[in-house]
Design a protein around this ligand. Sequence first.
Ligand SMILES: *[C@@H]1O[C@H](CO)[C@@H](O)[C@H](O)[C@H]1NC(C)=O
Ligand SMILES: *[C@@H]1O[C@H](CO)[C@@H](O)[C@H](O)[C@H]1NC(C)=O
Length: 121
Amino acid sequence: MFFNKSLLTVIATAAAFVGSASAFTGTATKGFTAETSNCGCPPFNGPLGISIPVELIGSHRCCQDSITISYNGKTVPAVFSGNYTGGAGTQNIELTDFAFGVLEDNDSQTTLSPVTWSFNV
Ligand SMILES: *[C@@H]1O[C@H](CO)[C@@H](O)[C@H](O)[C@H]1NC(C)=O
Ligand SMILES: *[C@@H]1O[C@H](CO)[C@@H](O)[C@H](O)[C@H]1NC(C)=O
């Protein structure tokens, strides 16, 4: 019994680690600037888009995979739509105006911090 319980604890701890390892925290900029290499996703992807640092892309596919972003108690899903070259070495992101607008506290904001974000797959 002791062994089994310990094993379960190890598994639960490992699962929690995987979960936390895939969440990132940074600053979100309003709109895709010249520092984003836009993937040019098709219109049917909709207005909710996010651009992320290249080194955090992993095996995720632009215009296909979705990311959930949270700021100050608000959450929005967005399609991975660009490579944020300006965010190299950080966990910072850029959001389309529409996605930014869902998260902002008011329209005087041009950046949001801290935002947390993670891939949904
Ligand atoms: C984004 O970065 C990935 C990984 O380096 C690359 O395969 C892809 O071509 C880049 N896309 C754009 C639009 O820059
Ligand atoms: C807008 O929101 C920011 C961040 O919550 C806050 O600091 C600022 O005072 C707000 N401005 C207005 C005009 O409400």
